[in-house]
Design a protein around this ligand. Structure first.
Ligand code: ADP
Length: 397
């Protein structure tokens, strides 16, 4: 069975084609600048990237180019599009109604559309991708996999904000959480690695990329999570502030900042970038900090401190913790940040094994703490696309 996984942004289409008989990737790629006359397609097969400059005035035409590429005599991998048996779509917001991956029909599309007001930057392009793919492949089943779904098991004490009840009941103001597909993937993978039934597994999963989030998982189900009604809450991120006193916004508005300015600043100019004033990239910041840049050093320190604080709070609400699981670009690759997180968790029993941390090959799961560490810390590379493909197959079975 071949499953085509699609992740559509406002001006991009990312895709992966899986052969699910052995879960291998047949082809993957990204189309950028969709909506313009000078779009580009980077299509990778067998580790070789092929770049094409193309016209993709909209997502429907962009999708048509991608599907044509998949059957291209030179760089294609299929004889015919009919060899695609299912399409899995990443959809950011499922809201309260859509709590599991679901086959797409008109009714589901209408609910995703309704949820656009909760995710105005993400759901509309996700919908464009679904519509483009459904137009190109009308006879193939399409499945929506929601970023929020894995977090839908949060109890009210964790998902409600302490604001008037009607903000929740009338305006849907609550914690939804994001990155759920990644948290689900690493939870299942950790259960497999630790050889423990997932319904007996208690872990804290930390997705540390450009966006960062953390989940407390009890018996394989999410019971708390750091992102909120939007992906702005929680950890310090590349350009997002994470937790902040909401009165700061009111204060800044009274100082003359407009709503749009505040929105833009907290989402795009804050976090590591805001504090360091130089970069949102952890690699740059570690290098600058090493050269003595105090702002870069503070940004890294705040990043690690916030992660450690969240682990502490999830440690207290879980009955036990089998492992802290690090994933995402920083979790999978940044040795110094991993080291510092472990040092910050010494009081909770984490004992870093520096040799393990340094010798763990990129892309491989493994522990970075000693065998007698009371709090084992593992690196488990995420694979959201494979999780979407698996969910798609499960829905079609
Ligand atoms: P996104 O959330 O956009 O998918 P990623 O998961 O790729 O982002 O994470 C991006 C972050 O990962 C950046 O801060 C980047 O510096 C960091 N990162 C990626 N590779 C490395 C590396 N080798 N060493 C340190 N940090 C890395």
């Amino acid at each position: 069975m071949n499953v085509f996984v699609v992740n559509c942004g406002s001006s991009s289409i990312k895709y992966q084609l899986f052969d699910m008989s052995n879960q291998s990737v047949l082809a993957k790629g990204v189309m950028e600048r969709v909506g313009s006359e000078n779009a580009s397609l980077a299509h990778t097969i067998d580790g070789t990237k092929h770049i094409r400059h193309i016209k993709a005035p909209n997502h429907t035409e962009g999708m048509a180019v991608i599907l044509k590429t998949l059957v291209d005599p030179e760089i294609g991998v299929l004889k015919s599009i009919s060899e695609i048996h299912g399409v899995g779509h990443r959809v950011v917001h499922g809201g309260e109604q859509l709590t599991k991956s679901s086959r797409i029909d008109q009714n589901l599309l209408a609910i995703i559309r309704q949820n656009s007001q909760l995710a105005p930057l993400h759901n509309p392009p996700n919908l464009m991708g679904i519509e483009a793919a459904m137009t190109a492949m009308p006879d193939v089943p399409h499945v929506a996999v929601f970023d929020t779904a894995f977090l839908s098991t949060l109890p009210p004490r964790a998902f409600r904000y302490a604001v008037p009840e009607d903000w929740y009941s009338l305006q849907h103001v609550r914690r939804y959480g994001f990155h759920g597909t990644s948290h689900k993937y690493v939870t299942l993978k950790t259960a497999e690695i630790l050889n423990k039934p997932v319904d007996k597994l208690n872990v804290i999963t930390a997705h540390l990329g450009n966006g960062c989030s953390m989940t407390a998982v009890q018996g394989g189900r999410a019971i708390d999570h750091s992102m909120g009604m939007t992906p702005l809450e929680g950890l310090v991120m590349g350009t997002r502030c994470g937790d902040i006193d909401p009165a700061v916004l009111i204060y800044m508005m009274k100082q003359g900042a407009s709503l749009e300015e505040i929105d833009n600043t907290l989402n795009k100019k804050s976090g590591l970038l805001g504090v360091s004033t130089s970069s949102n990239d952890m690699r740059d910041l570690l290098a600058s900090a090493d050269k003595g840049d105090p702002k870069a050093a503070l940004a890294v320190e705040m990043f690690v401190y916030r992660v450690v604080k969240y682990v502490g709070s999830y440690f207290t609400v879980l009955p036990s913790v089998d492992a802290l699981v690090l994933t995402g670009g920083i979790g999978e690759n940044s040795l110094p940040v991993r080291h510092r997180i472990c040092l910050g968790l010494e009081r909770l029993g984490a004992k870093i094994d520096p040799a393990r941390n340094e010798s763990l090959p990129s892309g491989t799961p493994g522990p970075i703490t000693t065998d007698d560490s009371a709090l084992p810390v593992w690196v488990v590379p995420t694979n959201e696309e494979l999780m979407i493909a698996r969910d798609t197959i499960a829905e079609l079975a």
